[in-house]
Ligand binder design. Structure first.
Ligand code: ATP
Length: 359
């Protein structure tokens, strides 16, 4: 997958700017705050239909404007794909593929495989379980449309069930029959989601372990484990057992929306006990495993976006990234850095074609 050119209009700090990219390595360099990360984010936006850093669409529009447009031309298997994402204040976002607007954004997911490595990935360790579920769901959805659809149906049913619980509480009423309809749907969709997450992690964990071992020079062992209430119980029974609690809290407390990933190094929580270096290695291994997995599943090399990695990582990890950059079979790469010289030295050593883009 190659991004050939990109135009931004009123996207974050950009008024109007166009870029033509190298098919291998592109280095976006410039002072703090010039918009290097914003360019990477706009590429992410074309792939996922939203910003990696700020999912509130209206906040991606330039402060002085009332709309933004991101226009990118990709090349995939010798075919051109023109993707345009636009948003106007107060209106629904529009995503177009070759001039045709999608009815459902979910149809777009997976067309443009992109992986980003950024200091913001730290959220995967420090934030709540939702961030980790989104990471898993994002990867599976890249190659499995059914999964994404089941997930959307599950989430819709969940929110309807929660509304019903609130309605019961507000009106001091209860209707077991209507609740049962939602329960059945949650059980049906939840079972499928759980099974797919099991399959995914079975394939993903060895890839992750391999990446971590190579980053840490096999010094320590890591564990990535799927945690779910559905391992020990079926969702139908769980919903029945939890009914009184759900009614009291007006919220569904059991299901696959409670799943999580357990992240450990040497059997201890990465969040609580991991050193900063170990946490960074863990995150890079997760992201590179994401890259490997998507490549394996889609038979397409994803576009890799490296945000600020030279600035925020220590030498060992940078060396690993450099090694990765020099691998022949890597796809197109975008790197942002404040130091033009440092980046250029790194990419020069890769003996690959590159372009320096000064912002
Ligand atoms: N909606 C918006 N409208 C205008 N400017 C915005 C908007 N959103 C973000 N910005 C601006 O974008 C700039 C940040 O851009 P970005 O994070 O891409 O910089 P950077 O070059 O990657 O910087 P650093 O080297 O510090 O990481 C900030 O000046 C910020 O105020």
């Amino acid at each position: 997958m190659i991004l050939k050119n990109l135009s931004l209009f009123h996207y974050k700090n950009f008024e109007s700017q166009s870029f033509q990219f190298n098919t291998k390595i592109n280095c976006l360099v410039g002072f703090n705050g010039v918009g290097k990360t914003n360019v990477l984010d706009s590429i992410y936006h074309l792939a996922y239909g939203k910003s990696y850093f700020n999912p509130v669409t209206s906040q991606n529009i330039n402060h002085e404007a009332d709309f933004f447009v991101i226009d990118g031309t990709f090349e995939k298997n010798d075919r051109e794909e023109k993707i345009v994402v636009s948003a106007k204040k107060g209106q629904k976002k529009v995503i177009k593929r070759n001039n045709k607007a999608y009815e459902k954004f979910s149809e777009h997911i997976g067309l443009i495989p992109v992986v980003i490595i950024s200091p913001a990935d730290r959220d995967l360790i420090v934030e709540g379980s939702e961030t980790r579920r989104k990471f898993v769901d994002g990867i599976i959805s890249q190659h499995d449309k059914n999964y994404l659809e089941t997930l959307l149906k599950y989430n819709k049913t969940l929110s309807q069930r929660n509304s019903l619980l609130k309605y019961f509480a507000a009106n001091h009423t209860f209707d077991a029959t209507t609740l049962e309809i939602y329960n059945e749907q949650l059980v049906e969709f939840g079972k499928k989601i759980h099974a797919k997450r099991i399959d995914f992690l079975e394939a993903f964990i060895p890839i992750f372990n391999k990446r971590y071992q190579s980053i840490s020079n096999a010094k320590e062992t890591v564990q990535l484990r799927y945690k779910s209430q559905l391992f020990d119980n079926n969702l139908k029974d769980l919903l029945a057992e939890n009914l009184q609690k759900d009614r009291a809290l007006q919220y569904t407390g059991v299901g696959t929306h409670k799943d999580d990933l357990i992240l450990k190094i040497e059997n201890h929580s990465v969040k609580k006990f991991g050193s900063q270096g170990q946490q960074k290695s863990f995150l890079i291994a997760l992201k590179l495993a994401q890259y490997d997995f998507i490549k394996q599943q889609t038979q397409t090399k994803p576009i890799l976006l490296l945000d600020d990695v030279f600035d925020k990582l220590d030498e060992n990890r940078v060396a690993h990234i450099i090694q990765l950059v020099t691998e022949d079979d890597l796809g197109q790469l975008f790197i942002s850095d404040t130091h033009a010289e440092r980046t250029e030295n790194v990419v020069k050593s890769s003996a690959q074609d590159y372009k320096m883009i000064q912002l």
